[in-house]
Design a protein around this ligand. Sequence first.
Ligand code: COA
Length: 204
Amino acid sequence: MLISVEEEASMITEKSGAAAMIPDETPLFDPQLLEDIDWSQNMVSFSPSISPELPGEGLVLRPLCTADINRGYYKVLGQLTKVGDVTAEDFIKTFEHMKKTENYYVIVVEDLNLGQIVATATLIIENKFIHGCAKRGRIEEVVVSDQCRGKQLGKLLLSVLTLLSKKLNCYKVTLECKPKNVAFYEKFGYVASDETYMQCRFFE
Ligand SMILES: CC(C)(COP(=O)(O)OP(=O)(O)OC[C@H]1O[C@@H](n2cnc3c(N)ncnc32)[C@H](O)[C@@H]1OP(=O)(O)O)[C@@H](O)C(=O)NCCC(=O)NCCS
């Protein structure tokens, strides 16, 4: 049986799994979820007016995809914390795991003119046995590139993920933040809890 070069290449990549290791535009979750958010329930004001569909001139808000590793996604995260040495393979494997669980909602704002990610935030959904097998949301890794701060993108990300957690039927959504950022999160209805955040750190 004769097979074409393309078929042979596809058989090799299927066998080795290499096809999955090429960054691409597949979204982490269904983008329709963002379109379905009821923006009228948003708690903060935007002046000038922006929204998930229209985040600003030349900007788009969407789910993370693996191609974002080549659009400076880590450069933005690096303005929040240590990101470590991550290969494209590590990134794609983690992305695939997150996608499979359907509990990770990483959103990004891309500047289409620059082809660069300028802001990101993550919502993680935890399934519980308590509260009638309810879901709880956690917001993590909220960061806007220092060149784009003060353009309401932080507010937009927080509003979107807070509304998304409600839409996904979470009974609550929580986050941890530095004292200097408390006032920022209070805008969205978050209140400081009387519980103490504790941690046992194994490595940086
Ligand atoms: C905190 C952060 C996400 C805010 O993003 P941003 O895009 O610059 O903020 P926005 O333009 O959306 O902010 C708009 C509003 O929040 C206020 N605000 C911004 N940062 C604030 C802060 N740290 N504390 C209190 N208010 C803040 C602004 O004054 C503005 O108020 P207004 O709407 O009443 O005019 C951004 O500064 C950032 O990435 N910081 C570094 C990383 C970080 O600290 N992340 C949070 C981890 S908990």
